[in-house]
Design a protein around this ligand. Structure first.
Ligand SMILES: NC(=O)c1ccc[n+]([C@@H]2O[C@H](COP(=O)([O-])OP(=O)(O)OC[C@H]3O[C@@H](n4cnc5c(N)ncnc54)[C@H](O)[C@@H]3O)[C@@H](O)[C@H]2O)c1
Length: 355
């Protein structure tokens, strides 16, 4: 920590790194100290653009005393080992989604952070949207009544070039399929709002990226523990890509978020604040529909600032590993269901069978 700002070091100088860097530099609570990457060209691009220190390895990053938090923004299958190493060095961790590739890995990451007394926070940044928070408050206060349906529709597009840009982007074991990679955010929102899931049935196929051995499309039914049912539809095959819709239907109301804006907010008991809630979100905000870099920084900044405040006050961040674990479990259950062609009930009995 320098001054009273929390110092961050980024592990990974790839596609998402500039979004983290811009969010860190936009906040009065945080400072971008350094970036580390094995690829010198990517590293140099980040250090010259953002005027920060560059390191060639995680080990070197961990030796920098100005770094309080390591942001683990490497490919999905590499998060686990990096988090264990950072925690052992006494650094807090911000982990990109999905936090890891198995529940066993998530549990060992949480245990390592607890033992080292460092905080762990996951970047499922859509939770911070005003529209999501309004839906959550209405659900918690019982305003919807019984919830009947909770659905996510993610009709996105990712080009062939996106998939071919790196070996990990075409590897199932690296978490490159649409279910665990892109749809993770929206399964997370359903889990956060209405979950946990009790049973899932999924079908996966490849519609538009036939040269790679990955699902680019997911169709799934879900039964929630609370009695609601839902649908998850997610694809990166659907050009040009349109805003995600999250839809909640209860006996007393319906809410629909498109992208980050509240499209529909109707309750039998209309209240004075409802008119303002209908204005939440911006129609021009980029939320990932048409390409991986089609993003704003405001949601990342909210997660980063929440973690910085938790460190400064000794509290817990809003998005812990424990609160994201059920999202990973649901995602893994969908893979198992698609593989076996059956309904899979949760808790997941045999995660070794998934991959
Ligand atoms: N939250 C979001 O909206 C969002 C959006 C995009 C990506 N992501 C996540 O961010 C992470 C990174 O994705 P990306 O698209 O930036 O990937 P990327 O491949 O563009 O970048 C990853 C970088 O990590 C580096 N790297 C790999 N192993 C390393 C090691 N051992 N030490 C140092 N550097 C190493 C690579 O050289 C590469 O530059 C993934 O987990 C992805 O799912 C999240």
């Amino acid at each position: 920590m320098r001054d009273s700002r929390i110092g961050f070091g980024l592990l990974g100088a790839g596609l998402i790194a500039p979004f983290h860097a811009r969010a860190l530099q936009a906040s009065a609570l945080t400072e971008l100290i350094a970036v580390a990457d094995l690829d010198p060209r990517r590293l140099e691009r980040m250090t010259t653009t953002f005027g920060c220190q560059g390191y060639g390895s995680l080990e070197a990053l961990l030796e920098d005393p100005a770094i309080d938090v390591v942001s683990v923004i490497t490919p999905n299958h590499l998060h686990h080992a990096a988090v264990l190493q950072a925690a052992a060095a006494g650094k807090h961790v911000l982990i990109e989604k999905p936090p890891a590739m198995s529940l066993a890995e998530v549990d060992s990451m949480a245990a390592a952070c607890k033992e080292a007394r460092v905080k762990a926070c996951v970047t499922v940044q859509c939770r911070t949207r005003q529209a999501v928070q309004a839906m959550r408050a209405a659900i918690e206060s019982g305003r919807f009544g019984r919830i009947y349906h909770a659905d996510a529709y993610m009709k996105w597009f990712r080009s062939a070039e996106y998939y071919q840009s790196d070996a990990w982007r075409v590897s199932r074991r690296s978490g490159a399929g649409v279910t665990i990679n892109q749809a993770f955010h929206y399964v997370d929102l359903l889990q956060y709002l209405v979950g946990p899931a009790k049973a899932v049935q999924a079908r996966m196929n490849n519609l538009a990226h036939l040269d790679i051995d990955l699902e680019d499309t997911l169709l799934a039914f879900v039964d929630y523990e609370c009695g609601a049912q839902g649908v998850v539809q997610a694809s990166t095959a659907l050009w040009p890509g349109t805003d995600v819709r999250i839809e909640i239907n209860g006996e007393n109301g319906t809410a629909i978020m498109s992208g980050e804006r509240m499209d529909t907010w109707r309750f039998r008991d209309e209240r004075p604040e409802d008119a303002g809630i209908r204005q939440f979100g911006s129609p021009s905000a980029a939320t990932g529909a048409t390409g991986a870099a089609d993003l704003g920084i405001q949601d990342h900044q909210a997660v980063i600032e929440d973690l910085a405040k938790a460190i400064l006050t000794g509290g817990e961040p809003m998005i812990t590993l424990e609160t994201v674990r059920p999202t990973l479990e649901w995602s893994l259950a969908m893979y198992l269901s698609a593989k076996l062609g059956t309904v899979v009930t949760l808790p997941l009995q045999d995660e070794a069978a998934v991959w």
